[in-house]
Design a protein around this ligand. Structure first.
Ligand code: ASP
Length: 306
């Protein structure tokens, strides 16, 4: 029996660590490991997949190494605007938020939308008002500030370009996500991001869009994506994987690989995804140089960058 199982990601892209960066590399791997261990332990004790992915993503939001929550990238206005989504594969209920500012954990608000409203997605000023009304934790701009993201923004600020959260020698996408299947065979997915550096005009990427960056359905799988959001939106990537399984009879592995290495690549889309099906199979394909990722089930624990 492969249940339960958990997979997480911390973004994909050109991930190059020099010999001097071994400590930083270890920090990334540790952050992934801590989240995997805590999440799997909770799953093994009977926690639902939906609860588990929410907590795993919250952990990653609290870690400034990733572009979500603390450590989110800068917008063109020098602010941090965060998006998140969560979906329960058993009920097909979903909750999402876009353009949140000052909220410490956007994924918690997304989960609250799923549980306590008739809506799927809320955005902007009124979503911030909702988070206040529901008494979620807020933090000043200084909490979200990191030197790395600020340097990335300073490089392109003012030239009107939008950039993935690391660039220069190539793009990196530091979005975080989790997918899980619990002991009852229910699947769930959650994704959270600061989006793209220097984004403007309320730009929203794929992460909070159900079917694009996040999707879960017990009949097929749970998916969380990372990459150049516009391509993932146009390709409705997460739902495409699910449809290939449901209507085309493909396995999780076939469907995930075809979408990332064929459909997405054809339109120049860079990125990756993590996926789990209700039998506990896990797949983590990416078409970039690397993807911060990890998976854990009863017999295996894996964390990788390249
Ligand atoms: N997909 C995210 C976005 O386009 C970026 C990322 O994955 O880092 O907003």
């Amino acid at each position: 029996m492969k249940l339960p199982a958990l997979a997480i990601h911390g973004g994909s892209g050109t991930i190059t660590f020099g010999t001097k960066d071994s400590e930083l590399k270890q920090q990334y791997l540790n952050a992934l490991n801590v989240t995997l261990e805590a999440g799997f332990e909770a799953l093994a004790k009977g926690q639902s997949a939906t609860e588990c992915v929410c907590k795993a993503v919250k952990n990653l939001e609290d870690c400034e190494l990733f572009n979500a929550g603390k450590g989110s990238v800068f917008t063109a206005k020098g602010t941090h605007e965060m998006d998140a989504a969560i979906m329960d594969g058993k009920t097909l209920k979903a909750g999402a938020v876009a353009g949140l500012r000052g909220v410490k954990n956007p994924v918690l608000v997304a989960y609250d939308v799923l549980q306590n409203t008739p809506f799927v997605m809320i955005s902007g000023e009124e979503a911030i008002e909702y988070a206040r009304h529901r008494e979620f934790k807020f933090a000043p701009d200084s909490y979200f500030f990191t030197r790395l993201r600020n340097d990335q923004w300073q490089e392109i600020k003012g030239d009107g370009k939008m950039q993935l959260d690391h660039s220069g020698e190539g793009a990196k996408f530091g979005t975080v996500g989790a997918v899980a299947v619990d002991t009852d065979g229910n699947v769930a997915a959650a994704t959270s991001t600061g989006g793209m550096t220097n984004k403007a005009w309320g730009r929203v990427g794929d992460s909070p869009l159900i079917g694009a960056g996040t999707y879960a359905n017990n009949r097929t799988c749970a998916i969380s994506c990372t990459g150049h959001g516009e391509h993932f939106i146009r390709g409705v990537v997460a739902h495409d994987v699910s449809c290939r399984m449901e209507y085309g009879g493909e396995t999780l592995e076939q469907a995930s690989n075809k979408v990332i290495h064929e459909s997405l690549k054809r339109v120049g889309g860079e990125g990756g995804l993590i996926a789990v099906d209700s039998s506990g199979n896990i797949c983590m394909p990416f078409n970039t140089e690397g993807m911060y990722r990890g998976m854990k089930n009863k017999t295996q624990t894996i964390t990788r960058i390249i």
